[in-house]
Design a protein around this ligand. Structure first.
Ligand code: GLC
Length: 571
């Protein structure tokens, strides 16, 4: 491994702008709000901020339905605000990373408005149009990811158009070179503004299969999740290689693609020396409760069995990138429930849970991605009625559960556990009304526990989740453990039981060991090879070698040439 790049050494922080900080009293966050918190982000050691979309949008999917790729939605501010954010961030050594949503646009995008008018306009094949079946039904039985058919009838054009997500998010036709060029131009526009990279949304769906066929139904509605029919199909890499060449090649930026379904065995085509991106998000470790696609009413909820599976997934991705490529380490984002509930049973202390995940985040090999509020230990919400939820996928999944015959209260339990709104409640800044997020009415209610879990409280409270994040971020950035944490190889330490996840990172004769107890039982283990170690961080006060209390996690540093670990090691 040669020199590490800047983005391999830093911490990336994901901002969901609508929920970050409102400076106008509108009840929605905005770009000046982000700029005003750059010092806070700097104090966490953040080197890049990934913004979920801030482009003009009807906000059917909170900005993932883009109506113009090269402008700013007025609710977020102006292009000048954006330029100021990029410049102010730059002064603090923070790069701004934009979200490219290139599988689809909004149905209000000028391209779609033209395309839908008929079959012979300049943009007529910029989207995916098909005739109805002879009986008038949709071309295939594909279900969109948000629920309901993936095809919507357009009266004006007398054809169906395809949408992987909501009907307001028509899929672009990447087969058309003009479409591809228009997308590359938009990305280059942002590079000229000085952004430091891109997160690339839903990219596995851009290449559609040669033939559109029905798939085997996966639920009572007779449909099949479009994901299993169109994700990562043959030929996608040709598009992606062109994308890299026309936009990213030779630039001092990073790219991270959302690439659900790209497994470790294909990684060499996707990341690393010959791959198309620098990193990719794949979701095997966050999808462990789903036995079939991501249908919420077919999920199992938390079970202790997900922990051995979690270890397996994390080890697989660490191994897959050991010699080639690099992983983003993440446990939360704007689509996931909060991790304090995700990987722990309801009776686990959320502070311990949040810290245990933080230890993994900073000690696994890869770039840590922190989602806003994760550093505070923010928790899920639990609202009573589907009407309380804004997230479009919650509504689709609720309908699906009802169609499957689940009672209202059961359908609501799925929503409460998996709704993306769990991660989208406003950021908790202060103990004041609405957690200091807005002086108006917040677009989503603030979590009721905000006075305990907010920046103001946690900046001074001893043992807070925030202080733990600051400490771990420092450890990874500078000091004696930093090289091992950034560069060290990964060796899993197995044999400590199903609920313990343990591994060692090794570099230049130094070693960092992380041990996490995901279980509710105290566990005793032989601390082999740890006699010379020094404690770096721990979730509980007064940790003892050889014992892990329920949900306790520790991280120690030692000299691996002195005391060798003899646990069964899997490399
Ligand atoms: C990605 C985004 C998600 C969005 C979807 C459609 O999965 O992370 O928030 O709804 O793409 O663009």
């Amino acid at each position: 491994m040669g020199q590490l790049k800047w983005w391999q050494k830093t911490l990336v922080y994901q901002v969901y702008p609508k929920s970050f900080l409102d400076t106008t009293g509108s009840g929605q966050g905005d770009i000046p709000g982000i700029t005003s918190k750059l010092d806070y982000l700097g104090s966490l050691g953040v080197g890049a901020v990934w913004l979920t979309p801030v482009y003009p949008s009807p906000m059917v999917d909170n900005g993932y339905d883009i109506a113009d790729y090269t402008d700013i939605d007025p609710s977020y501010g102006t292009m000048e605000d954006m330029e100021e954010l990029i410049a102010e961030a730059g002064k603090r050594n923070i790069r701004i990373v934009m979200d490219l949503v290139y599988n689809h646009t909004s149905d209000r995008h000028a391209w779609f408005l033209e395309s839908r008018t008929g079959r012979d306009n300049g943009k007529s094949d910029w989207y995916i149009w098909r005739n109805a079946n002879p009986d008038g039904s949709a071309p295939t039985n594909w279900r969109s990811i948000f629920g309901g058919s993936a095809w919507t009838w357009c009266e004006e054009r007398q054809q169906y158009y395809l949408h992987t997500f909501a009907k307001e998010q028509p899929d672009l036709n990447w087969e058309n070179p003009e479409v591809r060029q228009a997308l590359y131009d938009a990305a280059n526009f942002w590079l000229e503004k000085g952004v430091g990279g891109f997160r690339i949304d839903a990219i596995v769906y851009i290449k559609k299969p040669q033939e559109f066929r029905d798939g085997p139904p996966d639920s009572a509605d007779g449909m099949v999740n479009i994901h299993s029919m169109t994700a990562n199909t043959n030929g996608i890499l040709d598009f992606l290689r062109e994308f890299r060449e026309k936009v990213f090649d030779g630039k001092d930026i990073f790219t991270v693609a959302e690439a659900n379904s790209v497994g470790p065995e294909e990684l060499h085509d996707w990341v690393g020396e010959l791959g198309v991106f620098d990193m990719l998000f794949e979701f095997s470790h966050t999808n462990l409760e789903f036995t079939n696609g991501e249908i919420w009413c077919q999920a199992t909820g938390y079970r202790p069995e997900i922990i051995p599976a979690l270890k397996k997934c994390l080890t697989a991705s660490q191994k897959a990138t050991a010699d080639n490529g690099w992983y983003p380490i993440f446990f939360e984002n704007h689509d996931q429930p909060r991790c304090v509930r995700h990987f722990f049973p309801d009776d686990a202390d959320p502070v311990h849970a949040a810290k245990a995940i933080a230890l993994l985040l900073f000690t696994l090999r890869g770039t840590p991605f922190v989602y806003e509020g994760q550093e505070l230990g923010m928790d899920n919400v639990s609202w009573g009625s589907i009407e309380d939820y804004n997230d479009i996928s919650s509504h689709g999944q609720y309908e699906l559960a009802r169609e499957e015959g689940y009672a209202e209260d059961v359908a609501m339990r799925f929503v409460q556990r998996y709704s993306r709104d769990n991660a989208r409640t406003p950021m908790q800044w202060t103990m004041e009304r609405h957690a200091g997020f807005t002086t108006g009415e917040p677009w989503l209610p603030v979590h009721e526990d905000y006075a305990t879990y907010c920046v103001e409280t946690e900046s001074v409270a001893e043992g807070s989740v925030l202080s733990f994040y600051r400490k771990l971020s420092r450890l990874r950035r500078s000091g004696k453990a930093s090289e091992v944490l950034q560069r060290g190889n990964y060796v899993e330490w197995t044999g400590l039981g199903d609920m313990i996840y343990a591994f060692r990172r090794q570099w230049a004769g130094k070693e960092v060991t992380t041990l996490v107890n995901f279980g509710s039982e105290e566990v005793h283990y032989e601390p082999q090879g740890m006699d010379q170690t020094e404690l770096l961080a721990a979730t509980h006060p007064m940790p003892a070698k050889g014992v892990l209390r329920p949900y306790e996690a520790v991280c120690c540093m030692g000299d691996c040439l002195a005391g060798r670990g003899k646990g069964v090691q899997k490399s």
